[in-house]
Design a binder for this molecule. Structure first.
Ligand SMILES: [Zn+2]
Length: 139
């Protein structure tokens, strides 16, 4: 992502999300987990959405889940994206959701409830992004 100066920002330096992107750069998926009530949540935010505790830390995610909902994008926001592609809300096994891409699957074959596994892909800016692929294709 470009910052105000037009140079690439180091997103690992951002508060709240820095540790998430640092993990993605290592090929690992993490999620915020509340140390008081155990809730996993996303997006990272100052306080736990269940109990409002500010005592939370990132923990590794198993990176498996199911498609909760999905849509196929035919008109991308910029030419950097290759359409069509599938955006999905993935229900990750630890009880949190991630808005992400479905890859390694024809758009017409994506189904609600389909088991998926995390797979890191390079985004339009060249940085890795967490996407999900059908579980049987992501081994
Ligand atoms: Zn909590």
């Amino acid at each position: 992502m470009e910052g105000p100066t037009g140079e690439l920002e180091d997103r690992s330096l951002r508060p709240l999300t820095g540790e998430f992107w640092a993990a993605v750069n290592r090929g690992e998926l993490v999620r915020p987990v509340c140390n008081d009530c155990g809730q996993s949540f996303f997006v990272p935010q100052f306080a736990c959405p269940r109990c409002q505790s500010t005592n939370w830390d990132y923990q590794p995610s198993i990176g498996r889940g199911r498609v909760y909902s999905h849509t196929t994008v035919h008109r991308p926001p910029t030419a950097a994206f290759t359409a069509p592609y599938v955006m999905a809300d993935v229900d990750v096994e630890e009880g949190w959701h991630l808005l992400t891409w479905i890859v390694d699957c024809e758009p017409d074959h994506v189904e609600i409830g389909m088991p998926v596994r995390v797979r890191f892909v390079n985004g339009p800016d060249g940085h890795p992004l967490p996407a999900f692929a059908p579980a049987e294709a992501a081994r």
